[in-house]
Design a protein around this ligand. Sequence first.
Ligand code: GAL
Length: 391
Amino acid sequence: MRVRRCALLLVFLTTLVLVTWTTAGAQASGQTESSSQLAQTPPMGWNSWNKFACNVSEQLIRETADAMVSAGMQAAGYQYVNIDDCWQVSRDAQGTIVADPKRFPSGIKALADYVHSKGLKLGVYTDAGRLTCQKRPGSYEHELLDAKTYASWGVDYVKIDWCHAEGLDPEVQYAKFRDALAQAGRPIVFSICNWGVKAPWTWGPATGNLWRTTGDINDTYDRMSVIGFSQNGLEKFAGPGHWNDPDMLEVGNGGMKRDEYRTHMALWALLAAPLLAGNDLRSMTPETKEMLTNAEVLAVDQDAKGVQGHRVWDEGPLEIWIKPLANGSHAVGLFNRGESSLKITLDFKMLGSASSLKLRDLWEHKDLGEVQGSYTADVPKHGVVMLSAFK
Ligand code: GAL
């Protein structure tokens, strides 16, 4: 009895310490309550850049919002419809940013209203330097005005780039946005995009909700895999409200094979990465749709524990990554980066001490039964076998 009371007291005290510590941490970090409550799981949505580059318009954004609903993306958890570079053209006499009147004749506020009417959220893009990467006006020395403008339009997400920022310190400049967004008074997800300059994972958690860790992705297996597999070690910096961002998805853009896109999705899910689709949602093949909306893979990314996965084993071109999940199980990725099909063996010791595990194949939606000791799979070239493993 006494032992139980002691145990209860210990649990209570530990909880108290943890709650106090977490709250103090959020305050010390300078994050407002509302911003630290955003992105409790990695943000999911769409962004215009990978497919459309500067070819953005209100028509594209409206049609994408429509498609996000009709294609089942919204039901799968995708929420943000994000306009990347090139929506802005100038500043008016008061310094307020002006949207391109030809491409966005109704203005961003009307677009936000439309996107909201679908139950979705709108994102915009700016740059912490003097100009955006495509030489549109940047936000340097307009941080508060821009944050207030976005808030008045009903914007829900802002990605802030790092072009034309010579001589500026990203830690200082991005903190200005954090404070400006807090003052603007609307919960806006803050996406830091400075390509890993000055190790944003060290100051990002106190500044924004996600930060890019590398230069840009492109629609090739080489680039995608170099970025994805290089994330190992960064897992200690991620958690609810603050995520490492290995860049947006290329799934469905046509440059990779099915197994390569499966690797892309599986790896991003194991990394608890933001999932911003980067393809044309209006004309997806059934294969692309199934890949982007696979509920079992998305559940790994969105798991409430919010732990980023890491590599537990590698040998030549083979890698095994695991991600602990809230229900005590693990998600596992058996990856083959090689040029031909190869066998990979998951030794259950890699997941702790269990001698037998119930396995499920998440891409194939297939239970593999209770397995003793280890499991060997044939993994296709550039492909993955993605499993969940329960005790
Ligand atoms: C890059 C950024 C890309 C895209 C592009 C727009 O710096 O990493 O994701 O936003 O600028 O010009």
